[in-house]
Design a protein around this ligand. Structure first.
Ligand code: APR
Length: 183
């Protein structure tokens, strides 16, 4: 599913493996220690190679990691991209702050994109795997945050692509985008 805003920018929802979709910047669902993990994080490090973790080692040494709700940028190694933005979503707790943290990590990726004049950026469904964020709560936040940015901001981003691993996740994001477009 695809939606074109009146300013010509495009929001895309596809099912697939984010490491296979060529873009300028791939967003990752990382952890605050930036130590790599399973899920999409594992897939990105496997496909991108050791250069990515080597850069994260430097960031960890300098900054001690990345706070929840934020993101850090590295190069993309062998991935079909120039950058990886390692976003740290919240571990779901049911608190109101979860939604703020989730929106914030998407916004931080979009800021990193603008700083680098990124035109095409991809996102996974941050926090809805190991971090346990209910899909039907996370999808409207993810779609709404990225849609607001594309519709209302001065931004270098011309196309944002959510690359969703399974059908259930794609369908939740499609429902969220349809609801957003109706309003
Ligand atoms: N491409 C796209 N999406 C993927 C891929 C892939 N190759 N592999 C997994 N996913 C999907 C999952 O199916 C899920 O919908 O990414 C979504 C996010 O799940 P997780 O990767 O578990 O991320 P998250 O819930 O944010 O948990 C982050 O998991 O791997 C660790 O280091 C990571 O500790 C951090 C935690």
């Amino acid at each position: 599913m695809q939606y074109e805003f009146t300013n010509g920018r495009i929001l895309h929802l596809v099912q697939g493996d984010i490491t296979q979709v060529p873009v300028d910047a791939i967003s990752n669902a990382a952890n605050a220690a930036l130590r790599g993990g399973g899920g999409v994080d594992g897939a990105i490090h496997r496909a991108g190679g050791e250069a990515i973790m080597a850069e994260l080692d430097v960031i960890r040494a300098e900054q001690g990691g990345c706070p929840t709700g934020s993101a850090v940028a590295t190069t993309a190694g062998r991935l079909p991209a120039t950058y990886v933005f390692h976003a740290v979503g919240p571990i779901y707790s049911g608190a109101k702050r979860d939604a703020e943290m989730l929106a914030s990590c998407y916004r931080r990726c979009l800021e990193l994109a603008d700083e680098r004049q990124v035109k095409r950026i991809s996102f996974p469904s941050i926090s809805t795997g190991v971090y346990g964020y209910p899909l039907d709560e996370a999808a409207p936040i993810a779609v709404g945050t990225v849609a607001d940015w594309l519709a209302n901001r001065e931004t270098s981003v011309e196309e944002a692509i959510f690359v969703l691993f399974d059908r259930r996740t794609l369908e939740a994001y499609e429902r969220a985008l349809k609801a957003r477009v109706r309003n």
